[in-house]
Design a protein around this ligand. Structure first.
Ligand SMILES: [Zn+2]
Length: 304
């Protein structure tokens, strides 16, 4: 059972929007592609986990802080006797592990941060967190590589690594151990972990973009084209033909504006300018009023 659904991180979501509305600098294009790849890998891993037949509680994307140290867990599966902490990697291509020096390389020669160190760090911090919460569980920490195009050379057998060809075996192994979660202990643990999650603002990590740099207008929710035309109460995409109700598109675009500019006030004027193709003040005001909480009066009205 997946207790908390995996969602797109704010950082990825913001970059996706910006990528439609401006030409991203090369570094951000790289970040966007890295985040997309990582997120896709986690979805692939979740898909594998759906093959678990034993009783299990799965928690996804957990950011914690223990003694002022933050750590992120991609996936945590709670079974009767064990917690499976998985760090998911969607690496593609040929890699090499130098066991003697405990270092990771891309076969072309470039060294990368050793993901085993990251895993070890998460393992240690999770143990501390469980101790603080008053729980004792055996923890099995694993680095899961999910991309079928990934190869790791010179891999010793005793490392906590699951290769793409071993994912099926990994699932079978968990399925092979009886697990029932009838006692409340597991659910209490899951709930306590979820309530220990911290949220990190994505904005300090992002480059500084400005309103003036961004293309205005509503873009198609399917193909991301700005070629939309208003027909009655719907928007029709000239490129892919998909339709969306105007009020829904305005709400969607308003959430996008809120995410991109979290400190700006939402007013009918700003959203009209942002959406660009909606001529009617009335539609914008009505939609905002229906979805958000109106504050202030008359021309000073804003929405939260
Ligand atoms: Zn479209």
């Amino acid at each position: 059972m997946f207790l908390n659904p995996r969602t797109v991180s704010d950082e990825l979501e913001i970059l996706r929007h910006l990528n439609v509305r401006m030409t991203l600098p090369p570094k951000e294009i790289q970040s966007l592609s890295r985040l997309e790849k990582g997120f896709h890998g986690e979805l692939v891993f979740d898909q594998w986990l759906t093959n678990l037949k034993v009783e299990v509680i799965i928690l996804s994307d957990l950011l914690f802080e223990v003694q002022k140290t933050k750590f992120q867990i991609d996936s945590l599966a709670i079974t009767q006797d064990r917690l499976y902490l998985s760090e998911v990697k969607n690496f593609e291509g040929d890699y090499l592990y130098d066991a003697e020096n405990d270092r990771f390389f891309i076969c072309s020669g470039k060294e990368i941060t050793n993901p085993l160190h990251q895993l070890q760090r998460c393992d240690t911090l999770l143990r501390q967190l469980l101790g603080n919460l008053g729980f004792q569980f055996q923890i099995v920490s694993l680095l899961a590589f999910v991309n079928p195009e990934f190869t790791l050379y010179q891999l010793p057998r005793d490392l906590p690594i699951v290769l793409p060809t071993q994912l099926n075996g990994f699932i079978k192994k968990i399925n092979g151990a009886p697990s029932n979660l009838h006692s409340r202990r597991h659910r209490v643990l899951a709930d306590q972990l979820l309530s220990s999650i911290i949220k990190e603002s994505p904005y300090p990590k992002l480059f500084k973009y400005e309103y003036g740099q961004l293309r205005k207008g509503i873009y198609c929710k399917m193909c991301k084209s700005f070629k939309l035309i208003v027909r009655g109460s719907v928007l029709i995409c000239n490129k892919c033909n998909c339709q969306e109700r105007i009020d829904q598109a305005v709400v969607r675009s308003t959430y996008e504006y809120k995410l991109l500019f979290p400190t700006e006030k939402i007013t009918a004027k700003t959203i009209k300018e942002w959406c660009a193709i909606i001529e009617s003040d009335w539609i914008i005001r009505r939609t905002l009023k229906e979805t958000f909480m109106a504050r202030g009066n008359g021309q000073w009205t804003y929405y939260e």
